[in-house]
Design a protein around this ligand. Structure first.
Ligand SMILES: Nc1ncnc2c1ncn2[C@@H]1O[C@H](COP(=O)(O)OP(=O)(O)OP(=O)(O)O)[C@@H](O)[C@H]1O
Ligand SMILES: [Mg+2]
Length: 187
């Protein structure tokens, strides 16, 4: 008979794995199933700031500083803020995970004439080899032990549904920058 300690250990592993399955299924379903998503006028700076607040404890724990650079102007989007927060969380999580020793993440927001906005999220992490760049966004592509490989796939889909584009620039050993372009509304 298994002793009590072993049983508890196994139970903990099972519960953990069930959680992971739940996450995978939910993320995968969100890709497959069209959802009725509401688009509302929201300020991009507030969306970014609340995303940073959510990830702040994790950043602190990993010795990561998040430095923002926003323009003065308002930046209103027609969007679903929950989905966009999910997108920026995915990018920030990847950035933190790429910097084992900690470092800086720079979030830059730039208005582009006449009605576009560019958000770039740059890290000082491991970077990505050029021949691996083409796999990014492929469902379940991951290089992480505990990764699922859906973060970029889900993010890309949400950005496309917002009529935006996403681009990843990276240099091995230097860091990675994700650049998102979105439509903004006249203020
Ligand atoms: N900022 C980054 N720096 C270095 N590598 C990155 C970065 N962002 C993504 N990658 C690479 O792209 C892969 C896919 O990223 P993605 O976010 O889709 O999945 P994941 O982070 O591995 O798992 P999860 O589903 O938990 O997000 C990562 O495993 C990693 O190899
Ligand atoms: Mg990820």
């Amino acid at each position: 008979m298994l002793d009590k300690k072993k049983q508890a250990d196994y139970l903990a592993i099972i519960m953990n794995e069930l959680d992971r399955i739940d996450t995978i299924v939910n993320e995968f379903m969100s890709l497959a199933k069209p959802q009725a998503v509401q688009y509302v006028k929201e300020d991009l700076k507030s969306i970014l700031d609340s995303t940073i607040n959510i990830i702040h404890p994790q950043a602190l724990m990993h010795n990561v500083q998040i430095i923002t650079n926003y323009p003065e102007e308002n930046c209103k989007l027609s969007c679903n803020s929950h989905q966009l927060k999910q997108v920026f969380l995915n990018f920030l999580k990847n950035a933190i995970e790429s910097m084992a020793e900690g470092g800086n993440i720079y979030i830059d927001l730039q208005m582009k004439e006449p009605d576009k906005v560019l958000v770039s999220i740059a890290d000082e992490g491991t970077g990505i080899e050029s021949d691996r760049l083409r796999y990014l966004g492929t469902p379940f592509y991951t290089t992480k032990d505990k990764g699922i490989g859906l973060g970029l796939t889900v993010s890309n889909k949400i950005i496309q549904e917002h009529n935006g584009t996403m681009k990843i620039v990276s240099e091995k050993g230097k860091g990675t920058t994700v650049i998102v372009e979105l439509d903004c509304l006249e203020t």
